[in-house]
Design a protein around this ligand. Structure first.
Ligand code: MN
Ligand code: MN
Length: 464
């Protein structure tokens, strides 16, 4: 079975839509380089579209009715939105889920030091990265610093062309004989990922004058003390905007496609939904997937269940724990995360018949995991058939894939955490080249097919 190339089915009008959607996505990427920035964008847009805060509904004890739109932003890092359906919640929800955290370098809690006239921020990488890819490129600093009194400074430095950028040095090739003989995992080590943040000494300072200069800037510009860095979340990401790639502009090179390329169209599909759905619709943009979905904002926490319980209480006259369980159990979900795109430069790790190919549409992974499917959610054949019905009915180009050859490696997603409620979940997503590199590659056609897929799923998925 060879799947169709999505580009071949587009007429002039749909081609325009493909490229227009990609423009909107690139804007989302450029303004969403951290989970906080993505959650903030979705929340602001939700407000503008008339979604009401579910926390506010709960506080005021208000009831929700079919057609009502609500959202919640958990700790500024995880976003969820719902459109209440005509049917009771116990009929299950149509759920789209994706993650908005991406691999990066985090600034350590005690980061600032000076050596031989260079001031550095010490970093700790987040998620699976090839460390050698993060040196010698312009880097930006995004995040928050919270003072002892709770007041907060939000920064994004390195994106405006007028901004300075930051940088991690690599050894010059002339002296790299020893370094180049090392294993790639050791060519640049974690503790060498030190970010250059300044080199101009503060005049008339005896000790650590460069560090003092940086601290003076932080004080003058942001009213911050060195100790305030103890309560900061600062993320180092590639500086610059997402760009079209290739003569034909069919691809996008961008930071954080994993997994904003699924998160954006998931949220977009819900936001664009017209009218009142039969089943309640839900979009989840979650945090911490790249480090195992841990923490209060990750999918492993109970926050999703808690939000569904709040929704249940607002939709029904009386709250029922059993009702919440039935709601979750009866739900259907597309757990979306990027797929490893077949890369002809590295063909040996892929099994071609079961690899995701750029431009062949949205990708379904019946299972993920490693070795003998370890750690995987393995979707039911019955559910897979339902997915085929929905996709073919909406003329969505899709393909099926697994991560790579059996026994070569593996990975996981948020699917199994939602599957624990007993709901039908399948991994869906978009093929990416150079996954987890500072700049990743996706196809505009796949992005568009994913959006069409999500719209169709919200509309057509039903109890099976
Ligand atoms: Mn991912
Ligand atoms: Mn990832």
């Amino acid at each position: 079975m060879v799947r169709q190339v999505a580009w071949e089915q587009y007429d002039e009008q749909e081609l325009k839509q493909v490229f227009a959607f990609a423009e909107a996505y690139k804007k989302f990427l450029d303004h969403g380089k951290t989970e906080r920035e993505c959650a903030a964008q979705a929340s602001a847009e939700a407000e503008a579209l008339g979604f009401v805060s579910l926390d506010q509904i709960a506080r005021e004890g208000r009831k929700l009715h079919a057609g009502d739109r609500v959202y919640t932003n958990w700790m500024g890092k995880s976003f969820m939105a719902f459109i209440v359906g005509e049917k009771p919640l116990e009929a299950g929800m149509n759920i789209l889920g994706a993650h908005i955290d991406s691999p990066r370098l985090d600034v350590k809690q005690n980061p600032l030091y000076e050596e031989e006239g260079i001031a550095y921020f010490d970093t700790h990488y987040y998620g699976g990265i090839k460390k050698y890819q993060w040196v010698t490129l312009p880097l930006a600093l995004h995040g928050v610093i919270v003072r002892r009194d709770g007041s907060k400074v939000t920064v994004a430095i390195g994106e405006d062309p007028e901004d300075p950028v930051f940088y991690i040095s690599d050894l010059l090739v002339h002296l790299s004989q020893e370094q180049l003989a090392k294993k790639a995992s050791a060519v640049v080590e974690g503790e060498q990922l030190n970010l250059i943040v300044g080199t101009q000494p503060l005049k008339d300072t005896e000790k650590d004058a460069v560090k003092a200069g940086v601290l003076k800037l932080l004080k003058d510009k942001y009213d911050l003390e060195e100790e305030d860095l103890l309560s900061a979340e600062l993320e180092i990401v590639p500086a610059g905007q997402a760009r079209d790639l290739g003569f034909d502009r069919a691809l996008i090179a961008g930071y954080g496609h994993d997994d904003r390329v699924c998160a954006y169209p998931s949220w977009r599909a819900l936001a664009d939904y017209q009218g009142t759905p039969a089943y309640t619709l839900c979009a989840i943009l979650t945090d911490k997937e790249e480090i195992g979905s841990v923490g209060a904002t990750g999918m492993n926490s109970h926050y999703f269940e808690n939000v569904v319980a709040e929704l249940y209480a607002a939709v029904n006259e009386t709250y029922s724990e059993l009702g919440v369980r039935r709601t979750l159990r009866a739900s259907r979900m597309l757990s979306s995360d990027v797929s490893a795109g077949f890369d002809p430069n590295f063909a040996s790790v892929f099994e071609k018949k079961n690899a995701a190919v750029l431009g062949r549409g949205v990708c379904f992974n019946k299972f993920t995991g490693r070795g003998g499917k370890s750690g995987s959610n393995d979707a039911n054949a019955e559910y897979m058939a339902e997915i085929r019905r929905i996709m073919d009915g909406a003329n969505v180009d899709f393909q099926t894939a697994e991560l790579g050859k059996v026994d070569v490696g593996g990975g996981g997603t948020i699917a199994y955490m939602c599957a624990k409620y007993g709901m039908n979940v399948i991994d869906a997503g978009i093929a990416v080249l150079s996954m987890h590199a500072p700049w990743e590659i996706v196809s505009k056609a796949d992005l568009w097919e994913a959006y069409k897929c999500y719209c169709a799923f919200l509309k057509e998925a039903r109890e099976i």
